[in-house]
Design a protein. Structure first.
Length: 102
């Protein structure tokens, strides 16, 4: 995140704009990235999922050679049952579709 994005993400409306911007970037770069990785390594990325945490100014990107991707965003504290999970993102990628974004 740059300084403008950090400033913009201080309220809910701004945070939504920052998240939408990073989702747009991820969404539109995914086909090129997949083609580039395949060309250079021979590895076919089948699944991808992204989570934008505007409060922490972090973008999580997870890629997989399997169609299904799970991204668990762990909580800050440890509860009596273990680490809390703040968010769980699951994507089922169908071969031939270019967009997988949660």
């Amino acid at each position: 995140f740059d300084t403008i994005e950090r400033r913009l993400a201080t309220d809910d409306a701004g945070r939504e704009k920052v998240e939408a911007y990073h989702r747009f970037l991820f969404d539109n770069s995914l086909p090129s990235l997949r083609a580039h990785v395949l060309r250079l390594t021979g590895v076919r990325l089948e699944g991808a999922v992204a989570h934008i945490d505007a409060e922490q100014c972090i973008v999580f990107k997870t890629f997989s050679t399997n169609p299904a991707v799970d991204l668990f965003v762990m909580g800050q504290g440890i509860s009596a049952l273990g680490i809390t999970i703040d968010h769980h993102h699951h994507a089922d990628y169908t071969i031939g579709r270019d967009t997988v974004l949660i």
